[in-house]
Design a protein around this ligand. Structure first.
Ligand code: URA
Ligand code: SF4
Length: 187
């Protein structure tokens, strides 16, 4: 059977969209191969592009804090990935062609990890998996299904860092919802 490592080796050489031209390296994803919680961000930033690991900048610090405080586990027990695995130049939004080109990898990661709950961070991940144009402010606060998984959409940590006064409070509530879902499921 194909493993996350097999998939990662394949994706490292991917040239299926134009982001391959400007990246330093592919940022595949990281974490526990059987994680209960699967986080999906938008795309790598400058630091992630250099280091090869998702969410290691300021957004990552905030994500780690929420994981520790609300899920009561270390980040290493979660799986963390992005909608696009290569950095969009100047941190521009990923284009729909790039998102579509990269989606098969995300789907395969979800299948391999088989998490209890998927937490989509921000508009890009939430709209992609919920197949909607609605925004995160409308979508968040409740759980959905994605294939065989529960899905909890919440703000991207960058929204809280930008000083959106309700973002942090609502992220805590959404993380608590995810925690209650996982607590009710024995794997
Ligand atoms: N923001 C994201 O969406 N993903 C990262 O990996 C880092 C910052
Ligand atoms: Fe391939 Fe995804 Fe990188 Fe595009 S963003 S080159 S589809 S790995």
């Amino acid at each position: 059977m194909r493993t996350l490592n097999d998939l990662s080796r394949q994706v490292a050489n991917c040239v299926n969209c134009e982001l391959s031209a400007s990246r330093t390296q592919v940022v595949f994803g990281t974490g526990h191969p059987r994680a209960d919680y699967f986080f999906i961000g938008e795309g790598p930033g400058a630091k992630e592009d250099i280091e090869g690991e998702p969410f290691i900048g300021r957004s990552g610090k905030l994500l780690n804090r929420l994981i520790e405080e609300e899920l009561c586990i270390d980040r290493s027990l979660c799986y963390i990935a992005n909608v696009v695995k290569c950095r969009p130049p100047d941190n521009r939004n990923p284009k729909s062609a790039e998102i579509s080109a990269c989606q098969p990898y995300l789907n395969e990661q979800i299948k391999l990890v088989n998490p209890a709950v998927i937490i989509t961070l921000g508009n890009f991940a939430s709209r992609l998996l919920l197949n909607t144009k609605d925004g995160i402010t409308t979508l968040r606060g409740k759980s959905y299904s994605y294939k065989d998984h529960d899905l909890v959409p919440t703000f991207h940590p960058a929204a809280a860092l930008r000083g959106n006064p309700d973002a942090m409070k609502n992220m805590r509530l959404d993380f608590q919802l995810a925690h209650s879902i996982v607590s009710g499921i024995s794997k």
